[in-house]
Design a protein around this ligand. Structure first.
Ligand code: FAD
Ligand code: EPU
Length: 333
């Protein structure tokens, strides 16, 4: 494994933050992980689409370039694919669509790598990746062994998994096995998908039609990181007690909500942030996207600390007005 020194991370993060990594190396094979040097703090980098860099990164940045997709099992209903963690997520989605397989079409166009997908259980348009994951394999950094966890052992939740809790900082995900459907069951329940399909006159959609509808919706709403730096939703959508929601509803009858359980509901953080007047806000080059209040943006040369400061100001104002604590989704380095 070849180590480089003082490498700019500008091309490696979608927020477009210009900081350097003290040491940087590509991981091309499992053998590279077996030979990792001891004593350096390790930082694992996929597509850099869910990180905020707030200063020089000390230690060794491991850039995941593990590649390969293989069919490992098949029956009348399903195909199991083992996918190396450095594969680009959207390319993998397109690959499964070309194979006629269903399961991850609603997750089209999410940036990043396959290996990062289980960490926050990526989700969009009524689907979460946990619905198709069979197992996840990782290199345990301190025990120096390869471990495989079943779906149940990953403790998936909304934007959450064991990789963000008990195993935090201890693993390099090497591959993910997916179970996909030969007889796809489409999920077009998310309002905008139905509407998009109707608009183009598709009554009996295929997996490809659904993916294309998702791609069109996403392109119209979310900023393209190649044009404007961002990391998608900066915050998670908060879940609050039903009683709290009822109080807010009395004051704000239009507050959107989604039931989570009998006594909790989720409210869109974008709505809370917009109500506080932040949508379209800009301080220097750090801002809140004009079309989606949940997305913080870098208009050019914002520093990670400026974005961090803005996110803190948003958290404070939402807490003051609604008594709700927003939690950051983006991983801060
Ligand atoms: P990185 O940003 O490189 O890493 C994220 C974290 O995971 C870091 O802490 C890193 O150390 C760790 N990590 C990454 N790979 C590994 C590995 N192999 N082993 C161990 N640790 C690892 N997310 C959604 O869920 N739904 C969306 O709809 C969505 N839309 C987005 C839209 C845009 C425009 C953008 C920019 C982002 C969006 N995201 C969305 C967030 C992001 O795409 C996902 O979180 C994605 O899975 C991150 O992948 P990555 O490879 O870029 O991870
Ligand atoms: N809304 C506003 N103002 C806005 C935007 C949205 O009030 O500026 C309200 C509207 O009521 C809208 C609701 O918020 O109906 C939800 O908005 P949207 O459908 O755009 O979804 P979101 O909650 O903002 C979540 C995910 C996205 C995912 C989309 C689509 C989280 C944190 N975010 O966003 O994931 O793509 O749903 O399923 O759960 C990501 O995680 O990075 C991400 C982009």
């Amino acid at each position: 494994m070849q180590q480089l020194q003082n490498i700019s991370l500008l091309p490696y993060n979608t927020f477009g933050i210009d900081v350097t990594a003290e040491h940087f190396a590509d991981v091309n094979a499992l053998a590279d992980l077996q030979e990792l040097p001891a004593g350096l703090p390790l930082h694992i980098l996929g597509g850099g689409s869910n990180i905020l860099l707030t200063g020089q990164v000390h230690g060794l940045v491991l850039h995941n370039k593990l590649k390969g997709i293989a069919v490992v099992r098949e029956n009348d209903d399903h195909v199991w694919l083992s996918v190396a963690s450095g594969e680009v997520w959207h390319d993998f989605v397109l690959h499964t669509i070309e194979m006629g397989l269903g399961g991850i079409e609603n997750l089209a166009l999410i940036p990043g790598t396959v290996g990062a997908a289980p960490i926050q259980n990526i989700g969009a348009y009524g689907t979460e990746v946990k619905q198709t994951i069979e197992d996840v394999s990782f290199w345990h950094l301190s025990e120096r062994t390869l471990v495989t966890l079943s779906n149940a052992e990953c403790h998936f939740g909304y934007r959450d998994s064991i990789f963000k809790t008990q195993l935090r900082g201890q693993f390099f995900i090497t591959s993910v096995t997916f179970r996909l459907n030969k007889k796809p069951v489409l999920n077009t329940s998310y309002g905008a998908i139905e509407q998009e399909l109707n608009e183009v006159g598709i009554a009996h959609p295929t997996v490809k039609d659904v993916a294309q509808a998702v791609i069109r919706i996403r392109t119209s709403k979310l900023p393209d990181p190649k044009v404007t730096g961002n990391a998608g939703s900066f915050f998670k959508n908060p879940t609050i007690p039903l009683a709290h929601y009822k109080m807010l509803q009395a004051a704000y009858p239009s507050i959107p909500h989604y039931p989570v359980s009998d006594d909790t509901v989720k409210v869109p953080a974008a709505w809370l942030i917009e109500q506080c007047g932040w949508k379209g806000h800009r301080t220097g080059d750090a801002g809140v996207h004009t079309k989606q209040a949940l997305v913080l943006v870098n208009y050019g040369h914002a520093s990670g600390n400026e974005i961090w400061q803005l996110s803190g100001d948003i958290i404070d104002s939402v807490a003051n007005r609604f008594n709700i604590s927003l939690e950051r989704e983006v991983q801060v380095w």
